[in-house]
Design a protein around this ligand. Structure first.
Ligand code: ZN
Length: 446
């Protein structure tokens, strides 16, 4: 009898560990491209200013695992995105649907679409491409770091939610102009006096921070802020840019693992405040760091015992909706001498041919809802996600599989301008994305 009771207690203790406890592990992998590998779009890497990292967490609840991963790359799409996501899933002992792999979208980093590379090779017009073996090696390094995180998970029992304004960083890319038109202010346009002087425009100045803690001890902080993190680009130098600098400085200062995600920043840049100079870049990093620190300090705490995860497919209307349209785009690419233009035209055709739905997901943890979207969603989608889940702390990460390019509002497609022109989707995307956000956030009909 005594022995039986002992066995029973042992089983209870084991099941408590496996089923009754939330756990988190952190991982960090170097994903700096080797010299010579292309940065956006086809510019070979010539100098590493600072390393690119993939940082994230593995979460465990009742034996099920989930991964959030933020990669210091400009973009990953189609088969290249799946390569990394699937290896991460395998290393974490979970399914690809339970992995949110998002890039930060720095422009001093690679933009890799394996489907576009394959089409370019088929047409006999290859571009400077990211070497497949180098990509696999990098994905394996990331997977190994994820595997180590699984072996070193720690229990957590509280979630902190904080937010703070980030001053003079984000500014609107689309500025209203007479006749219902827009003027586009690009990331480095602060060098033009009239663009630096123009209004900040609609942005979300709040950085949102989710902290996982065991008792009083913070284990990891996840930050969400919506802007293109681009101060300079396209000259062969690699950098995690000002957001990477702020993140790593904060990690040193606080001694807590830090992850930064780019929000719905499709139409948001640092253009008003940036002229590509070192001083402006240092200023942006300092103001971002200041905002992150105040957001950490603002944390309010809730006890948590379980998490929920929801995944939904996303099928968007395509700009190239017919075989003829795709073929015409491929023919245009074939006849183009400029390699970057040829790659971009082919990326659009690759999305036109794509059959597999994109993936969206939402993590619920106490009051926290973290939404993961593909592509480059316009800010409106972040605002909408926050509105359809009142009373919740909604953080949005964009830039999962970037195959669709910009996710624009119908009004933006009507107005035209840079983002709808560059997008691989078209009018109607807004309704599809918003319906999906409602379903992800459990707010259908509200
Ligand atoms: Zn972009």
């Amino acid at each position: 009898m005594k022995k039986q009771r002992h066995v029973f207690c042992l089983m209870m203790a084991l099941s408590f560990h496996a089923w009754g406890q939330l756990r988190v592990g952190t991982f960090r992998a170097d994903v700096t491209p080797p010299l010579g590998q292309p940065l956006i779009w086809v510019m070979p890497t010539s100098k590493i200013e600072d390393p690119l990292l993939a940082k994230g967490i593995v979460l465990e609840d009742r034996g099920q695992r989930y991964v959030l991963c933020a990669v210091d790359w400009c973009g990953l799409s189609n088969r290249s995105y799946r390569l990394l996501r699937d290896k991460v899933a395998q290393a974490a002992g979970t399914t690809p649907e339970r992995v949110a792999l998002q890039t930060l979208h720095q422009h001093t980093a690679p933009y890799v679409d394996g489907d576009a590379y394959a089409l370019l090779e088929q047409m006999g017009r290859p571009v400077v491409r990211f070497d497949e073996a180098a990509l696999v090696e990098l994905a394996d390094r990331l997977a190994k770091a994820v595997g180590s995180a699984v072996g070193a998970m720690k229990p957590f029992d509280r979630v902190g939610t904080g937010e703070a304004t980030v001053e003079r960083v984000a500014s609107a890319r689309r500025l209203p102009a007479p006749g219902g038109k827009v003027v586009i202010r690009f990331s480095t346009d602060g060098k033009k006096p009239e663009m630096a002087a123009a209004e900040e425009g609609p942005v979300d100045r709040m950085v949102k921070t989710v902290t996982l803690a065991q008792g009083e001890k913070p284990l990891v902080r996840l930050h969400y802020y919506a802007t293109h993190p681009q101060t300079w680009c396209c000259d062969g130098r690699v950098s995690a840019d000002f957001v990477g600098a702020a993140r790593e400085q904060l990690e040193k200062d606080e001694g807590v693992f830090q992850v930064y995600f780019t929000g719905a920043a499709g139409d948001v840049t640092v253009g008003k405040y940036n002229d590509s100079s070192e001083e402006k870049r240092a200023g942006l990093a300092a103001r971002m760091l200041d905002g992150l620190k105040r957001s950490d300090a603002a944390a309010q705490w809730t006890a948590v015992q379980e998490l929920r995860w929801k995944t939904l497919p996303l099928v968007l209307p395509k700009k190239l909706a017919t075989k003829e349209a795709v073929d015409a785009r491929l023919a245009e690419a074939k006849g183009t001498e400029d390699e970057a233009a040829r790659y971009r035209l082919t990326i659009a055709a690759a999305f036109g041919q794509r059959e597999e739905p994109l993936t969206t997901s939402a993590l619920s943890l106490g009051p926290v809802r973290i939404v993961h979207l593909p592509g480059e969603p316009m800010l409106e989608f972040q605002r909408f996600a926050q509105v359809v889940a009142p009373g919740r702390f909604v953080a949005v990460a964009g830039y999962g599989d970037i195959a669709p390019g910009y996710l624009c509002t119908d009004r933006a497609y009507e107005q035209g301008g840079y983002e709808p022109g560059a997008s691989n989707t078209t009018t109607g995307a807004e309704g599809v994305v918003k319906r999906t956000l409602r379903d992800l956030l459990g707010a259908r009909g509200r």
